[in-house]
Design a protein around this ligand. Structure first.
Ligand code: C2E
Ligand code: CA
Ligand code: CA
Length: 562
């Protein structure tokens, strides 16, 4: 084994000298769009006999043999040379061994290589693992500061393994945080991994660092990373490390773009959203929350208020502060709680219950009741588990009252029509009746269907129909008011005198739109008139006979007018 290692070291020295150790390039990709933003440079040793020797094997050897500086140099020079053929916005990331952060000449070495390869240093990121910082944080941070000085960006590699010390994040001005692939790999199936990834991304965002998810192998992982707010991804989903001649293929390939795992496709709004700091987002949410014209709250799975807006707090009759952390049952009345609890339970099981309206007493002995419309929406985490309930409440008391008033006014109108001896009717401009009050049916026994379409003619006395139809027809033609008397057949038999009067309603150009009128029982009136006429005739005959008066004199004596 030792012999082999020594052999390998000798070979390594030779290989370095002969440029046999080469850089491979693995894409770093914007998760949302699938656009390549740069490449991580990974050392490869294609050994003529042993095949491809993995870096995990030869890099520790380089470190032991004091060859790591040489390795970095050859890798950088070859990478910069390859970069000359790439679009200018493409960035490169290189790995720096922990021991190199004890070497004060590192910044100079990198600068020289960049000059030689004409590579802009602000397009270079140095990836540092935390183990580099453990032994001598002070020295490491001064070298890191110098690298920053020459324009090189710094990434904290494999975050989450090692020590993950927040002190390191504070001591070194990192630009990027790389979430170790062990967490990304298991985050779909393992809740703890997911929580760690979420926390690391959150930490990165809070410190205004670009976060990179390493080891992304599936689109599900990419979706979840995006959902958690991670910007860049690296892994086999996008491509393995390739040698320089194949970079252009990676650049021209269509790489997968993730979508928001809640089913929405990525939008430019989301970019803007991702570019914001969590504190800005919180401020925005708060403004939306407070400004919404509906009551809003969020409950945890124990039905405690995690957040609530002013409007809902007002509806409940307590301050916002008095709600937070308290169970709903402690805030609202027991009666009301027993009405809403079943919906909480349904939402916890994952069901969205929308548009439930409930009438409740106003809070604090305020008089009267209020009607509210409530939506219950389960809130899920990245894995789809229900973690709380989002509730929206709209006070619809006024609408309910208006609805009530409308119903009351309809009832009122119906009573007015029903108890009125006059039967309202409506007729269109062709003389076809469209509506007739219910009393008509009560008198004649005709159903609504029988009355419709001039079916009412069926019950008009045959002697009167002859006058009725031409009168109506004439009115339709001239627009003159209708006033007509006729008999109808009562349902119990016998005839009843009726009088119908109606007027035309005209449009802006004088055209007739409809006829409106009423029909009333004219039987008594008609009978009195008839009796009067008979009495008068008798009297006339009597006067003419007894007094020998002429007709004119009789008329003036009687002074009766029809
Ligand atoms: P690293 O910096 O964490 O590099 C990423 C490693 O993850 C690479 O392994 C890469 O091939 C692998 N990887 C990338 N995507 C996936 C994936 O989707 N799934 C899985 N399972 N693995 C993935 P590699 O190339 O074997 O490099 C291993 C380590 O060697 C690197 O880890 C880095 O620490 C070190 N290394 C590589 N090149 C250099 C170098 O030039 N200088 C120094 N000092 N270290 C280097
Ligand atoms: Ca790395
Ligand atoms: Ca890494």
């Amino acid at each position: 084994m030792t012999v082999k290692r020594t052999d390998l070291k000798t070979e390594l020295r030779k290989a370095l000298k002969n440029g046999e150790i080469v850089p491979y390039f693995q894409p770093l990709v914007q998760i949302r769009t699938g656009v390549v933003s740069g490449f991580e440079v990974l050392a490869r040793w294609p050994h003529p006999v042993r095949g491809m020797v993995p870096p995990d094997e030869f890099i520790p050897l380089c470190e032991q043999a004091g060859l790591i500086g040489e390795l970095t140099e050859t890798i950088l020079l070859q990478a910069f040379a390859a970069a000359a053929a790439l679009p200018i916005n493409i960035k490169l990331s290189v790995n720096i061994s922990p021991i190199q952060l004890r070497d004060a000449s590192l910044p100079q070495q990198i600068r020289r290589a960049a000059e030689q390869g004409a590579f802009p240093l602000d397009h270079l990121t140095a990836e540092i693992t935390e183990s580099a910082l453990v032994h001598n944080l002070e020295q490491a941070s001064s070298i890191a500061a110098e690298l920053k000085n020459v324009g090189v960006k710094l990434a904290l590699d494999d975050f989450g393994t090692g020590y993950s010390s927040l002190r390191n994040l504070q001591a070194i001005p990192f630009d990027e945080l790389k979430v170790d692939r062990s967490f990304v790999n298991s985050m779909i199936s393992n809740r703890d991994s997911r929580k760690i990834v979420a926390a690391v991304i959150g930490l990165g965002q809070s410190l205004n660092l670009t976060t990179v998810g390493e080891g992304v192998e599936t689109i599900e992982q990419a979706d979840m990373l995006l959902w958690l707010g991670c910007e860049l991804g690296q892994g086999w989903l996008y491509g393995r490390a390739v040698s320089a001649p194949y970079i252009s293929q990676t650049l021209s390939a269509r790489l997968p773009a993730a979508c928001d795992s809640r089913g929405k496709s990525p939008t430019s709004d989301l970019v803007a959203y991702l570019e914001q700091l969590p504190s800005q987002r919180r401020a925005q949410y708060q403004a939306i929350y407070d400004g919404a014209p509906v009551g809003l709250c969020y409950l945890d799975t124990e039905f405690r208020y995690v957040s609530i807006n002013q409007r809902l707090a007002d509806i409940n009759g307590a301050s916002v502060a008095a709600h937070i952390g308290h169970r709903v049952a402690e805030i609202v009345t027991p009666d009301f709680y027993s009405e809403i609890e079943p919906y909480f339970l349904r939402a916890l099981k994952g069901e969205a219950v929308l548009g439930v309206d409930i009438t409740r007493a106003r809070p604090h002995e305020a008089p009267g009741h209020m009607t509210i419309l409530i939506h219950y929406q389960p809130a899920r985490d990245e894995a789809g588990e229900v973690v709380g309930i989002s509730i929206a409440v709209v006070d619809i008391t006024k609408f309910k009252q208006a609805e009530e008033a409308l119903r009351e006014s309809e009832d009122h109108y119906r009573h007015m029509v029903h108890s009125n001896p006059q039967i309202p009717w409506v007729m269109d401009s062709d003389g076809v009746n469209t509506e007739v009050g219910p009393q008509w049916g009560q008198i004649t026994g005709q159903t609504i269907e029988q009355i419709a379409n001039m079916g009412y003619l069926e019950v008009i006395h045959p002697e009167d129909v002859a006058a009725f139809t031409p009168t109506v027809r004439n009115a339709i033609k001239t627009g003159n008011p209708i006033d007509i008397e006729y008999r109808i057949r009562k349902k119990e038999g016998g005839w009843l005198w009726m009088r119908s009067r109606g007027k035309a309603r005209r449009g802006p150009d004088g055209e007739i739109l409809r006829w409106y009128g009423t029909t009333e029982d004219a039987d008594d009136h008609k009978k009195v008139k008839h009796a009067l006429r008979e009495a008068r005739a008798k009297l006339r005959a009597l006067l003419e006979e007894k007094q020998h008066l002429n007709t004119v004199t009789v008329d003036s004596l009687l002074q009766i007018t029809d």
